[in-house]
Design a protein around this ligand. Structure first.
Ligand SMILES: Nc1nc2c(ncn2[C@@H]2O[C@H](COP(=O)(O)OP(=O)(O)O)[C@@H](O)[C@H]2O)c(=O)[nH]1
Ligand SMILES: [Mg+2]
Length: 447
């Protein structure tokens, strides 16, 4: 157990809510809780009590004490579930810091859980991935990683590597001992097995990384094209002001659209046109900036007023973006005939007023974004994991360059060591001690 100071932080989101949870972790946690509630707290028992400091009661709620090491962080931990008012929460945080706690840094509870060996790095990352999951598939995959499935697959490969390294290093370090690589074929087979397991893991990590992606869509077009109406219709509430006065929308207005559990951020913007209005100009600049970082720009057109051509779209998006573009022909409810697509961009007809085309719009959107709502993958992987898995693959592949011979053992040993290091970086494990233990456990050291 790493001895550290006592940290405190609200565990619930800021703002007003029915309940908020404040969490203390570290050696002073129970001491601080006792001062505030004036009661003896028993581990894992919910105790009703107040937060009273200097005879003044700030809140009443439920106190729960988790004794070390049976807590999330492994340290002495206390949680207080109180009323969810920002002033109440701030007052409790201030009092606990007066009593010796320190405000926690972001992720510090999980970091302590990792440092105290309660979870490995992939599990710590999975906690954050679960919270930020943008689809049900991502939730499932993050839960698998949280259960330690990803680390288990990595550790299985590491175990195989350690066995091979033990054989090789023993031969290098104790050449006088009669330890030989008995069967080079078996050794090559073991290497091949590691290689294929690593390849499988890399493939599922690539799939898993896709789940970590979320998409951002920006609605642009001329004023009055129906951008804000579309946003409101998708959100089923009037988030953006809709009028028939051009230039109504100025600021960016966002909404997280859920399609089969997949979250897609849709941003309404100011209509793009020349204007002398300073505020509207700023709104247009924001729209242009949003286009650059978006995954898809949707150009909305009221076809009754404009023939849609590549030129008109280029005028709107200018040289501002390489982001893919799609076209939405709006107000289909008051159009005479179906729109003909004279452009090279994909086009869909919709009506924000009647909802026509909006169901199709959702699947069209997923297709244009190359997203799927049902991605079955065992793990939710991050770029960091892919980077280290790819590195591990490079090292294990490098062992292929050497013919298995006594002269090549040093080189193979080094490649295997680097492979293991790359994998251990993923789980955050410290490996050299493990390796020493493994090597000498097969020897009589007293000799
Ligand atoms: N008939 C019809 N009118 C619409 C539709 N969408 C928007 N409008 C009208 O078009 C005008 C401009 O809409 P708005 O959403 O503010 O356009 P924006 O400037 O692109 O955000 C408003 O009067 C809306 O009521 C639609 O699907 N059908
Ligand atoms: Mg608008």
């Amino acid at each position: 157990m790493i001895v550290s100071d006592t940290i405190v932080a609200p565990a619930t989101a800021p703002g007003r809510s029915a309940i908020s949870i404040i969490r203390l972790s570290g050696p002073l946690s129970l001491h601080i809780a006792k001062i505030l509630c004036g009661k003896t707290l028993k581990p894992r028992i919910a105790t009703f009590g107040s937060v009273t400091f200097n005879t003044e009661t700030i809140d009443t709620g439920i106190w729960i004490y988790f004794a070390t090491p049976h807590s999330f962080t492994g340290e002495e931990t206390v949680e207080f579930q109180g009323h969810g008012g920002p002033v109440v929460v701030q007052a409790i945080l201030r009092i606990t810091t007066e009593l010796g706690a320190r405000l926690a840094d972001p992720g510090e509870f999980s970091q302590r859980a990792f440092l105290n060996g309660k979870i490995d790095l992939t599990q710590a990352e999975a906690i954050s991935d679960l919270i930020n999951a943008s689809s049900l598939s991502a939730v499932k995959a993050a839960n698998n990683s949280l259960k330690g499935e990803f680390a288990k697959s990595i550790n299985a490969i590491v175990t195989e590597l350690v066995v091979l390294r033990t054989q090789i290093e023993a031969h290098i370090d104790f050449p006088d001992e009669d330890i030989e690589l008995k069967d080079t074929e078996a050794f090559s087979a073991a290497l091949n097995h590691i290689r294929s397991e690593l390849n499988k893991l890399l493939t599922s990590a690539h799939d898993g990384a896709k789940l970590n992606q979320s998409a951002e869509i920006v609605l642009i077009g001329e004023p009055n094209a129906g951008k804000s109406s579309l946003l409101n219709s998708l959100a089923k509430e009037p988030l953006a002001i809709v009028t028939d006065i051009p230039g109504t929308t100025r600021d960016l207005v966002g909404y997280d659209l859920l399609i089969d559990g997949l979250e897609i951020r849709i941003t309404d913007t100011a209509g793009i046109r020349s204007t002398n209005d300073i505020i509207e100009t700023e709104g247009i600049n924001r729209a242009i900036k949003a286009m650059v970082t978006a995954d898809l720009v949707l150009c909305l057109f009221d076809e009754r007023h404009h023939l849609i051509t590549d030129d008109t779209i280029q005028t709107l998006i200018g040289n501002n973006t390489n982001t893919p573009v799609g076209l939405l022909s709006t107000k289909v409810d008051i159009k005479q005939k179906p729109v003909k697509n004279h452009t090279t961009y994909p086009l869909l007809e919709i009506s924000a007023k009647t909802g026509e085309g909006l169901a199709e719009f959702q699947s069209w959107l997923l297709e244009k974004l190359n997203l799927t709502t049902h991605c079955e993958t065992p793990y939710l992987a991050r770029e960091r994991h892919i980077k280290h898995l790819a590195l591990a693959k490079t090292y294990i592949d490098a062992t292929n360059q050497h013919k298995l011979s006594t002269e090549a053992l040093d080189l193979i040993a080094e490649d295997l060591r680097l492979t293991q290091n790359a994998l251990s970086e993923i789980t955050g494990a410290f490996t050299s001690d493990d390796l020493l233990t493994s090597i000498f456990s097969t020897f009589c050291i007293g000799k």
